[in-house]
Each structure stands twice: as structure tokens, then as C-alpha cells.
Design a protein around this ligand. Structure first.
Ligand code: MN
Length: 150
């Protein structure tokens, strides 16, 4: 029996669901509950050009956005082409950024720091910031924002 089941919490394990007694209830996907969960692929979501002053060669995909009605966060995927950058700006909400592809830098705290796939960035409220592509290919990253911020 799974430890979580001992604690009285129903568990899902690799495609199977167990009740609090450790008995398998039904395979994942047959409950009817999972079908309502949003699962999308970035290739299905159109990329829009970021059309604000100071943005150069930047596109944005709203992976999780207004139409999904999440309680707290939106998730955006940015792509900055070679030589491009986001505008240098600040605002009263945070960004949580995770780099997926490419080489770049983030300006913040008076300096510039390098970014590569796997880099995670917290931009604090009020912190001036700018992302730049410093590599030969696209710079692609996730950027999460509180939904009230947009
Ligand atoms: Mn920002």
C-alpha cells in the first residue's frame, strides 16, 4: 500500500488510481474527470508579435491565459529572435522565468546576467528588467505572472 493511502489520501500512481484502502479504483483517464483538464501544445497556440515600444523581435504565446480562467497565474512563452530584446521596464508584480532554449541575458539590479537553458529568474516587483538574446538562435523562455497583473 502506498504511504499516502495510509494517510487517507486517494493516490494516483503511473496511470492507476487507488482509494484510501490501497485498492485500485480505475485506470487514469476512465473517470471522466481528467477530460476537462487543459492540456495544450505550444504548436497549437498562435504566437503574437509583442507590439510595445522597446520590444524587438519578440513573440508571445499565452500557454495559459484569460480564456482558461486559472485562479492565480498566467503562463506565457516568449521567443526572442537573434539580436532581439524585450523592453527595459518595471512594474509592481513579479515574473518567474524559466529558460527553455537559447542563450541570453537579463538586465536587473544594475547589471546583466547570462541565461541558458535551465536558468530560472525571479524578477521582484519594482525591479527593472530586460531580456536579450545574445546567441545565434532563438531565445525561448516561460514567464509566469499573477493574473491580476495583466
Ligand atoms: Mn516585465
Amino acid at each position: 500500500m502506498d504511504n499516502w493511502a495510509i494517510l487517507g489520501i486517494p493516490v494516483f500512481s503511473c496511470g492507476r488510481r487507488f482509494d484510501t484502502g490501497g485498492n485500485q479504483v480505475y485506470p487514469l483517464g476512465e473517470s471522466g474527470k481528467e477530460e476537462g483538464m487543459k492540456v495544450a501544445h505550444n504548436s497549437e497556440i498562435p504566437a503574437a508579435k509583442m507590439d510595445v515600444p522597446g520590444a524587438e523581435k519578440v513573440t508571445i504565446r499565452w500557454l495559459v491565459g484569460e480564456k482558461d480562467d486559472p485562479p492565480n497565474f498566467y503562463m506565457r512563452e516568449f521567443e526572442i529572435e537573434q539580436g532581439g530584446c524585450s523592453p527595459r521596464h518595471e512594474h509592481d508584480y513579479e515574473h518567474e522565468v524559466y529558460v527553455l532554449e537559447g542563450e541570453g541575458s537579463v538586465f536587473g539590479g544594475g547589471g546583466e546576467k547570462p541565461l541558458r537553458p535551465g536558468s530560472a529568474v525571479l524578477v521582484q516587483p519594482g525591479e527593472e528588467h530586460q531580456f536579450r538574446n545574445t546567441g545565434d538562435g532563438p531565445l525561448r523562455f516561460l514567464c509566469l505572472v499573477p493574473k491580476d497583473a495583466t
